[in-house]
Design a protein around this ligand. Structure first.
Ligand SMILES: Nc1ncnc2c1ncn2[C@@H]1O[C@H](COP(=O)(O)OP(=O)(O)O)[C@@H](O)[C@H]1O
Ligand SMILES: CC(C)(COP(=O)(O)O)[C@@H](O)C(=O)NCCC(=O)O
Length: 233
């Protein structure tokens, strides 16, 4: 049971988890967090590297090899985002039987496949808000805030807002349904700022176990830290 500062440097909301004796006590925006030099820090970074410039932390990049990360095989090129890799590692360590899906609904929605053989790869979709923001390219179109749910109104839309909102919902649920019908998925892990939207939608779409953990990246970093400690790395 260790103390740890886990840094999630994502594209929208970088934040830091504080573990005390193995328990996640708080999650604070990176800009407001006061680092304690006595406690190790570890980072998962896909956002701007300048965010981490003045911080001393364990850099996990050396443990990523062409076909593996620590003791997990990885079937994806080296450009794989650390957030995807690190959360996949957490799921790999759970050693669930069968195929697990990891949906990280952040700035982008990443959808990755994990089983006993390791991290098998996955997709990158525009995130819910990123999708909605793309409408700002149309001079006469509004940028809507994300919806509260994925319930689709299947009536043909008669307003700009309904046209955009329902297009977003249909697009998000379409890929999800397609993936679920094409792969024998046993359990789904959900994380990211928009995870709760998918959590509700999955109640109807998926009969297996859904594990929604918005702090999954922090628990993943703690799991990785444990592995490093236990193996004197
Ligand atoms: N604290 C927050 N306040 C407002 N929106 C948030 C917050 N956290 C997450 N979100 C929403 O979730 C999305 C990104 O989620 P997050 O998982 O933090 O992304 P990333 O990992 O890309 O930084 C944003 O587009 C935003 O709409
Ligand atoms: C796809 C991502 C931008 C998702 O980042 P996020 O939305 O969580 O901020 C990130 O995982 C990334 O930069 N990946 C690199 C490319 C890849 O994974 O193939």
């Amino acid at each position: 049971m260790y103390n740890l500062q886990s840094i999630d440097n994502g594209n929208s909301h970088p934040h830091v988890g504080l573990f005390e004796k193995g328990e996640l006590k708080s999650v604070t925006p990176l800009a407001q967090f006061q680092f304690d030099q006595q406690i190790d820090a570890i980072a998962s970074s896909v956002g701007p590297s300048k965010n981490l410039q003045s911080i001393s932390y364990i850099d996990l990049r050396p443990y990523r090899k062409e076909e593996s990360f620590l003791d997990m095989p990885v079937d994806y090129e080296m450009t794989l985002g650390e957030d995807r890799l690190h959360q996949a590692y957490y799921i790999f360590k759970k050693a669930h039987p069968g195929l697990s899906l990891l949906i990280d609904a952040g700035t982008f929605t990443t959808v990755d496949f994990i089983d006993e053989s390791g991290m098998k790869g996955g997709y990158i979709f525009p995130g819910v808000q990123t999708f909605l923001n793309s409408y700002s390219r149309g001079d006469k179109l509004p940028s809507l805030a994300s919806a509260d749910n994925f319930t689709i109104d299947f009536d043909i839309p008669h307003s700009t807002n309904a046209a955009i909102e329902n297009a977003m919902k249909i697009s998000q649920l379409s890929w999800l349904e397609k993936i679920l019908s094409s792969h024998p998925i046993e359990q789904i892990y959900l994380s990211g700022g928009h995870g709760s939207l998918f959590s509700k939608a999955l109640e109807d779409l998926f009969k297996g176990n859904v594990i929604f953990e918005k702090n999954l990246i922090h628990f993943s970093l703690y799991e990785i830290y444990l592995y490093l400690k236990n193996n004197n790395i």
